[in-house]
Ligand binder design. Structure first.
Ligand code: GLN
Length: 278
């Protein structure tokens, strides 16, 4: 699955301490990149600079990842690599790790503080409230209807505040579920989304990440190999009920409600086998 062969495509480091690592590795390899599972600082940078062309911080449990990052002395090297401009995509817990500010952090929880947003952890309720949905993502054309990006919400955070350094890019029913650093390109170098496109096989955000990764990005012309996960999914049509609300979230006036339905009883099957912490 994760290639060791040389490849002309970009090298994408997937933070591999915990959580949904394999799905992201498969996605980028399907796009012609080489996935490197990052567990040590020397995988991020060497004497001649960064060793990865892009980074992905997966979903899982942000407080556990934070603890492991610090225990493995990877917190600061990761912060430096991303801060030095390596294009980075965080999903769910990865978004929380990137955020400047966390509402309802676990005791002692820290974040990398690289994306100028406040995220509210677990804003959509517990694991049982997991839902599949599609999301309007500015500048990114997903495989859902009207170019929406398909994703799953699993104990997802919500973005409730923006500073000057970030702007919203993903919305669903008036709630902001994605942010990117405030650069002129469609996607800034640091992007976080609250949902999991990798669990629905929607490669649009991964493709956009690779496009930022430099001249080698998109080496195979954006042709992805099918992961198969998006096949035969039921079409999703209305908003999931039971989402909790928070009083301070911003509701963009132009937000278009993306169609969603609550998942059926097997909702949590969007998780990979063996993942108990997404
Ligand atoms: N609620 C989790 C956290 O706080 C994130 C869940 C996920 O990544 N699916 O890290």
């Amino acid at each position: 699955m994760v290639s060791t062969a040389t490849s002309a495509g970009p090298v994408v480091g997937v933070l591999a301490l915990q959580g949904g690592v394999a799905e992201h590795a498969r996605m980028v390899e399907g796009l012609g990149a080489r996935a490197v599972l990052v567990r040590r600082a020397d995988q991020l940078a060497g004497p001649h600079g960064p060793r990865v062309d892009a980074l992905i911080l997966p979903g899982g449990e942000s407080s556990a990842m934070d603890r492991l990052l610090r225990r493995l002395e990877l917190f600061e090297p990761l912060r430096q690599a991303i801060g030095s401009g390596v294009p980075t995509l965080g999903t769910c817990a990865g978004l929380i790790l990137l955020a400047d500010r966390i509402r309802d952090p676990a005791p002692g929880q820290q974040s990398l503080g690289l994306l100028d947003v406040t995220v509210a952890r677990n804003a959509f309720g517990p694991q049982l409230a997991s839902a599949e949905a599609s999301f309007e993502v500015a500048g990114v054309s997903g495989s859902g209807e009207g170019g929406r990006v398909l994703g799953a919400l699993i104990r997802a955070p919500e973005i409730i505040e923006f500073g000057a350094g970030a702007r919203p890019i993903a919305r669903e029913s008036g709630r902001i579920l994605g942010a990117t650093s405030n650069e002129s390109s469609a996607l800034g170098r640091i992007t976080g989304v609250a949902f999991h496109p990798e669990l629905r096989g929607d490669a649009a955000l991964h493709r956009a990440l690779l496009a930022l990764a430099g001249p080698r990005g998109g080496a195979n012309g954006g042709q992805e190999k099918r992961t198969g996960r998006s096949a035969n999914r039921p079409r999703i049509t209305s908003i999931a009920s039971g989402f909790s609300s928070t009083s301070t979230k911003r509701r963009p006036s132009s937000a278009a409600a993306a169609p969603v339905v609550p998942l059926p009883a097997k909702a949590s099957s969007t998780q990979s086998p063996g993942r108990d912490d997404a």
